[in-house]
Design a protein around this ligand. Structure first.
Ligand SMILES: [Fe+2]
Length: 142
């Protein structure tokens, strides 16, 4: 990964083999970014997507081992347990241009990934466990 900062925005290049969520979280921690948004395109392989299934409130997961085009990728940056927290969704496409989308659990960059991060300065949005759904939703309480 390499990146540059322009005002309150960053432009990043993630490189082949880097795990997307881990790499972005390492970047957010290093730059101490706690509120903002992420946008990206590029390609990934070994991608695992999820859908929170309402019937049992468990994540249905599906993995794609082949190279997939990132047709859309966006995420929110908030804060959980006093650390940056990234929530990312993506739409990836295969060689038939068939699209699959969902919550991104894991994906490995291939061949490259172009990322923009917009920082929202001076704000705080945390995460709190929602007892109804068992997920950590945005919390504006602090
Ligand atoms: Fe999600």
């Amino acid at each position: 990964m390499e990146y540059t900062k322009v005002g309150s925005r960053y432009v990043l290049r993630l490189d082949k083999g880097e795990e997307v969520i881990t790499t972005l979280l390492d970047f957010l921690k290093k730059e101490d970014i706690r509120l903002g948004r992420v946008w990206a395109l590029g390609g990934m392989e070994n991608v695992t997507l999820g859908l929170l299934r309402k019937s049992d409130m468990q994540f249905a997961r599906r993995s794609f081992n082949q190279g997939m085009e990132i047709a859309s990728f966006f995420g929110t940056i908030t804060e959980k347990d006093n650390q940056p927290y990234l929530h990312a969704h993506t739409v990836v496409t295969d060689e038939n241009m068939q699209a699959y989308g969902g919550h991104l659990f894991e994906g490995y960059v291939f061949p490259t990934m172009e990322v923009m991060v917009d920082v929202i300065e001076g704000g705080h949005v945390g995460r709190a466990l929602d007892s109804d759904t068992g997920i950590f939703i945005m919390d504006f309480g602090r």
